[in-house]
Design a protein around this ligand. Structure first.
Ligand code: ZN
Length: 388
């Protein structure tokens, strides 16, 4: 059994920290989230919604039921019991079906801010969410960006992830300033506590932070890399399940949406190129920015995929400030060969290959690299067989 105690507020310098103690296996641990002081009045300490969602994976992984010593949103409790826990157990057979035992349910609407927010990484998906909502009226217009340290800067947290988080804030803040929005930064030790792969757990980590701000956000948009027709129960691409999971995390105070579901990755890329505000800030790189000339390394698979898409759309030159175009041109055919040779093609890969074929971009050099990659893989396989 995991027992989560009542949330408390604590001040530290310019920060306000929401924290809970929880007991598990005879040990008491502490989970915390820190916010800039000015958001104190919007933080929820009346209910344990954020903490049950943050720690749910810990319960599912270890098979411990979760008991709450403070109220829980009645709507969230209903969703947990009827949809969320079953869906997560269905997609991952290692999870155990657990019980959530609240001390009391609450049907109060605590929202006072009547605003909308979304996470901003300055990647394709978060930009697409922002620009897709630019003509909305309150409370659907995006007033705030959020930037969380709950795993996207390093699965298991720690000082390295925290350092990357602080470095990435700079680009995010500069973009936010350009479009006249505030960024709410939230640090947390959730990653250190979960010790799980970010790729398998990112959706609940993100929403747990947003649930602490239910008083501020009437609506919160979650950018997922997926389109309506990608929906599936697939353990290897759990993003394809987001359109079921995310809305079911809504409470009486805040509604959660998976945004930009109508666009494919190519469609999103095309959408954001219409906005010059993105030209100096697009950040898709898997490698943290460290004293490079360009925000994006221009070598990792995400950089190469984005650069190739932009080039095929005729928009790559707009992004010459943030990508090393020379490096891209040098490696382009090699990358295309690798992409075509991939054995397990993700949805995003298939979409890009379709665009490459449409534009007749495959020549003998691309085929050469494709065959080279396939042969190399066979060589590795043979080596493995003979070494056994
Ligand atoms: Zn990169």
């Amino acid at each position: 059994m995991i027992t989560i105690h009542k949330p408390k507020l604590r001040k530290r310098g310019g920060e306000i920290i929401v924290t809970v103690d929880f007991d598990m296996g005879g040990e008491t641990k502490n989970l915390w989230y820190s916010f800039p002081n000015k958001y104190e009045k919007f933080l929820i300490v009346e209910q344990l919604d954020a903490f049950i969602i943050g720690l749910l994976f810990l319960g599912l992984k270890t098979g411990n039921d979760i008991k709450l010593n403070a109220p829980l949103s009645a709507r969230l409790y209903y969703s947990l019991n009827h949809y969320l826990i079953d869906a997560l157990c269905l997609v991952n057979s290692n999870y155990k079906r657990i019980k959530v035992i609240p001390s009391k349910l609450s049907s109060l609407n605590l929202n006072i801010g009547k605003t909308s927010g979304t996470g901003l990484s300055c990647g394709i998906d978060s930009f697409a969410t922002y620009f897709d909502h630019k003509d909305e009226k309150s409370p659907y217009l995006i007033d705030y960006f959020t930037f969380f340290n709950v795993g996207s800067h390093g699965d298991k947290g720690g000082s390295k992830a925290r350092e990357i988080f602080h470095k990435r804030i700079k680009n995010v803040s500069e973009f936010a300033e350009k479009v006249g929005r505030e960024v709410i930064t939230v640090d947390s030790n959730l990653s250190e506590i979960l010790q799980m792969k970010f790729q398998e757990t990112y959706n609940l980590r993100t929403i747990s932070c947003a649930l602490l701000m239910q008083k501020l956000f009437k609506n919160y948009y979650y950018s997922s890399g997926t389109r309506f027709d990608h929906f599936s129960f697939n353990n290897e691409e759990i993003a394809d399940l987001d359109m079921l999971i995310i809305p079911n995390l809504s409470t009486e105070s805040t509604s959660f949406f998976v945004s930009a579901l109508k666009y494919s990755r190519i469609g999103r890329t095309e959408l954001i190129t219409e906005f010059p505000e993105t030209y100096a800030h697009l950040d898709v790189c898997t490698h943290p920015f460290e004293g490079r000339d360009f925000i994006n390394c221009s070598e990792c698979y995400k950089c190469q995929r984005t650069m190739l898409t932009l080039e095929l759309l005729g928009k790559l030159e707009f992004y010459s400030e943030i990508f090393d175009l020379e490096k891209f041109r040098k490696n382009k055919k090699k990358y295309m060969g690798w992409l075509l040779s991939k054995k397990k093609k993700l949805t995003l890969d298939r979409e890009l290959i379709e665009l490459i074929k449409e534009r007749n971009e495959i020549d003998s050099k691309v085929y050469f690299y494709m065959i080279k990659h396939i042969l190399y893989r066979h060589k590795l396989k043979l080596k493995k067989i003979f070494s056994n």
